[in-house]
Design a protein around this ligand. Structure first.
Ligand SMILES: CCCCCCCCCCCCCCCCCC(=O)SCCNC(=O)CCNC(=O)[C@H](O)C(C)(C)COP(=O)(O)OP(=O)(O)OC[C@H]1O[C@@H](n2cnc3c(N)ncnc32)[C@H](O)[C@@H]1OP(=O)(O)O
Length: 412
């Protein structure tokens, strides 16, 4: 320390040196899903057969209608009819089944996370040992040592990697993990954060109940399994000393925010019990709550940034990476914001191909937007928009939002 330096100055200098200079960016994306696939138009028969509920004909026809209107064509699941067959407690609401559910889900969640993360690391182009931080989110159980440690082992990350594990954040888990990664990357010069969101929904699997619990049918009709991973870092290095391109940001993360809607605590409830996530709730009001609040919430998030051509009906000047929580959720965003047809094409496509994979889904959406922007022949809506919004809804009700800037766009 120089003799003339005051301790407070030194403190701030150290702080400045530790922080990155630029905004955090998504540097690479990877996704994975189980091979076992069920077509949506076959799901109702499958579900009522597996849960031995064929006699509930009224609920079965309601389920058929919900599946038909879901905007989903197929979903992938780790669990199979055979797996559930050897664990009859899973379809017996009165029997404890948490142990069996967690044992099956954990293996699935870890393997899916490792597959997605390996793809992200390979797209990134740097060795796994360069990862400094790991943020994992999952709804597939709650155990310690948990999914973060297992993933670090499977990928061969260094023992000093700094881990953060988020459990049971529901559908907003992906954005919550990305928000944490953004803060880590911007606060730690040189940090490279691996984010992995992994979902295996056996904990949610439940037989149909009665007319009072249609949310069980809705949940069974929309959720699927999958994992998404991204590498986040600030101050990306374009080329190494030999001139080889090392890192290229796909999207910069401009700001991250979280809003909890007052008085909505009971709208989405996730409760871990001896029977898995029994006792959880999904209110029929959720799409209307989104419709009534999302514009105010987004205006509050975007106004301080002073972005050009945004707000006052300018929502179509942005590209949109929305978590497809359900077809009605996307319809609510579209209606409330007056979005043109096609603005949510990436979200609708991911919903159609995989269903709602909770926190992992939004990473599939980001990857789909990345692919469409790179595809010269793709003339889809939004390719000329440089600023974008990523948003998801979770228990709370909580709306998580991240403002994005697409790579290679320096104008506007
Ligand atoms: C052991 C395990 C136990 C598990 C227990 C599971 C309990 C369930 C709760 C689990 C919640 C936990 C989830 C955790 C993840 C968090 C998810 C999120 O954060 S955010 C997730 C955000 N995702 C969403 O919120 C999903 C948004 N919803 C949708 O996208 C659409 O409603 C649709 C696609 C599902 C159906 O489309 P379409 O057919 O055009 O739509 P319609 O609207 O016409 O509905 C048809 C019929 O169903 C009725 N009904 C509908 N919903 C509910 C409900 N929640 N409730 C009751 N009823 C409901 C509706 O009234 C109608 O009845 P009827 O008039 O025929 O009598």
């Amino acid at each position: 320390m120089a003799a003339s330096s005051r301790p407070a100055d030194v403190l701030f200098e150290i702080h400045e040196r530790q922080r990155a200079d630029g905004p955090a960016a998504i540097l690479a994306i990877g996704t994975a899903y189980p091979r076992n696939c069920i077509q949506q138009d076959e799901f109702t028969d499958w579900y009522f057969r597996v849960t031995k509920s064929e006699h509930l004909t009224k609920l079965k026809s309601k389920m058929k209608k919900i599946c038909d209107n879901s905007g989903i064509q197929k979903r992938h699941f780790h669990h199979t009819e055979e797996m559930i067959g050897v664990h009859p407690e899973i379809i017996d609401r009165a029997a404890p089944s948490l142990g069996a559910r967690q044992a099956i889900s954990a293996v699935a969640a870890h393997n899916l996370a490792a597959d997605a993360a390996s793809r992200a690391i390979s797209a990134w182009g740097r060795p796994a040992a360069d990862i400094t931080h790991l943020v994992v989110s999952t709804n597939a159980g709650a155990q310690e040592p948990g999914a973060d440690l297992r993933l670090a082992e499977l990928l061969g990350l260094r023992p000093a990697v700094r881990r953060t594990l988020l459990y049971l954040h529901g559908c907003s888990a992906g954005l919550a993990a990305l928000r944490v990664a953004k803060d880590i990357a911007e606060s730690n010069r040189g940090a490279r954060v691996l984010v992995a969101c992994t979902q295996a929904h056996l904990l949610l699997f439940s037989p149909p109940d009665d007319d009072a619990h249609i949310d069980i049918l809705v949940t069974m009709a929309i959720f699927g399994d999958g994992a998404g991973a991204v590498i986040v870092g600030a101050d990306d290095t374009d080329a190494d000393p030999a001139g080889t391109v090392v890192e290229r940001p796909v999207f910069h993360m401009v700001s991250a925010s979280q809003t909890t809607l007052p008085g909505t605590e009971q709208a989405v409830v996730i409760n871990l019990t001896e029977s898995g996530l029994a006792d959880s709730r999904l209110s029929v009001e959720v799409p209307a709550l989104v419709r009534g609040s999302v514009e105010r919430c987004l205006t509050d998030t975007l106004a301080p940034l002073g972005l050009p051509n945004v707000g006052d009906g300018g929502w179509n000047g942005l590209f949109w990476a929305l978590h497809p929580g359900g077809r009605a959720i996307l319809d609510s965003y579209e209606g409330a914001l007056g979005l043109e047809a096609g603005k949510l094409a990436a979200s609708r496509q991911v919903l159609s191909e995989y269903g709602n994979m909770s926190g992992a889904t939004v990473i599939f959406v980001l990857d789909e937007i990345r692919r469409r922007r790179q595809d010269e022949s793709d003339k889809q809506e939004g390719k000329d928009c440089h600023w974008g919004v990523m948003s998801a809804l979770g228990p709370g009700l909580t709306i998580e939002t991240i403002v994005l800037h697409a790579n290679g766009c320096h104008e506007n």
